[in-house]
Design a protein around this ligand. Structure first.
Ligand SMILES: Nc1ncnc2c1ncn2[C@@H]1O[C@H](COP(=O)(O)OP(=O)(O)OP(=O)(O)O)[C@@H](O)[C@H]1O
Ligand SMILES: [Mg+2]
Length: 290
């Protein structure tokens, strides 16, 4: 559904000495995403996640490489593809002078939705994200979480076939986050392709069919959450070492137990299943979600 080949984005950049130079935000990225797949892009701050989404959604021009949707080149079919793409941006970008309802109405009109369809869809989505009561409030007055819910409703209005979500559940309370996960799963079951970024490892582990890890603009690894954990070793032993918490990974539970038995019994030792966060730290040297 999405085919990315050798994608590059460079930004002009001033060095410490004040010289003009270039910074590579996305460095030769190639990957593909299948129809109905939930695909997660993970990486530390500044890894290039948002820049990738912005290129995939025609908000910024790539410096190099190629993007195709269903064998259609993005550069050649921009108009056609815009109608099947939905975007939840990382940062709120509503018209602050309009109400909740007016913002949705504006988006629906931009997508040439007919009046009856527009009204019905807006009503349904407001109910889904529990914003019906604030339909006539100015968006300025919404809380952070309400704004994020409105961003999601807006992205879904025109029933996109490919949905990009840049940190969709940041700042949402746990109940709403789980509702959004349900919604994403339902959409994927309906054949919608979902491409999301997140700093919540739990979100990627729960939701994503496959996960790509990006670091400094480069693809570090790509696999299913299960395979990632299996490759690292399904069992983790962790303990308080001299340089803070230390970790060791094992394929077999017996080997993990034997290793733990050899360590000094200071009570800090723990054997547990390996999770995606362990994988993330091993691959990027950074701890996410904290
Ligand atoms: N418009 C821009 N001009 C110059 N540099 C930019 C611009 N946008 C992004 N960058 C740089 O590109 C790199 C990647 O940024 P990007 O926003 O894609 O990271 P990210 O992975 O989304 O990070 P975060 O997790 O913090 O959202 C960073 O070094 C950033 O400073
Ligand atoms: Mg970002």
């Amino acid at each position: 559904m999405i085919q990315i080949d050798n994608l590059v984005k460079k930004f002009p950049h001033k060095t410490k000495a004040g010289k003009n130079s270039e910074k590579t935000a996305v460095d030769n990225l190639s990957l593909s995403v299948g129809e109905g797949e939930i695909f997660g892009l993970l990486g530390p701050n500044g890894a290039g996640k948002t820049t990738t989404i912005r290129m995939l959604t025609m908000q910024t021009q790539p410096t190099g490489g190629r993007i195709r949707y269903k064998d259609m080149d993005l550069a050649e079919h921009a108009q056609e593809l815009k109608s099947i793409i939905g975007v939840v941006p990382q940062h709120v970008n509503f018209d602050q002078d309009l109400t909740v309802g007016e913002n949705l109405e504006l988006h629906a009109r931009l997508h040439h939705m007919k009046r009856a369809e527009r009204q019905q869809r807006i009503r349904e989505l407001l109910a889904y994200v529990e914003l019906t009561d604030v339909v006539n409030d100015g968006v300025r007055r919404l809380s952070g979480g309400m704004k994020r819910r409105l961003l999601i409703a807006r992205a879904l209005l025109h029933q996109p076939r490919i949905l990009f979500m840049d940190e969709p559940t940041v700042a949402l309370d746990p109940q709403v986050r789980r509702r959004i996960w349900q919604l994403i799963r339902q959409m994927a079951r309906d054949g919608v392709t979902v491409f999301l970024t997140t700093h919540y490892i739990e979100e990627a582990e729960n939701l994503c069919d496959r996960v790509a890890i990006l670091n400094k603009g480069r693809l570090v690894a790509l696999d299913t959450p299960q395979n990632f954990c299996e490759k690292l070793g399904r069992y983790t032993v962790e303990w308080d070492g001299s340089a803070g918490r230390e970790y060791q990974f094992f394929a077999e539970k017996q080997a993990a137990a034997a290793f733990a038995g050899q360590q000094a019994g200071d009570g800090s030792i723990l054997i547990r299943p390996t999770n995606l966060e362990d994988v993330f730290i091993e691959l990027t040297g950074r701890r996410e979600g904290i």
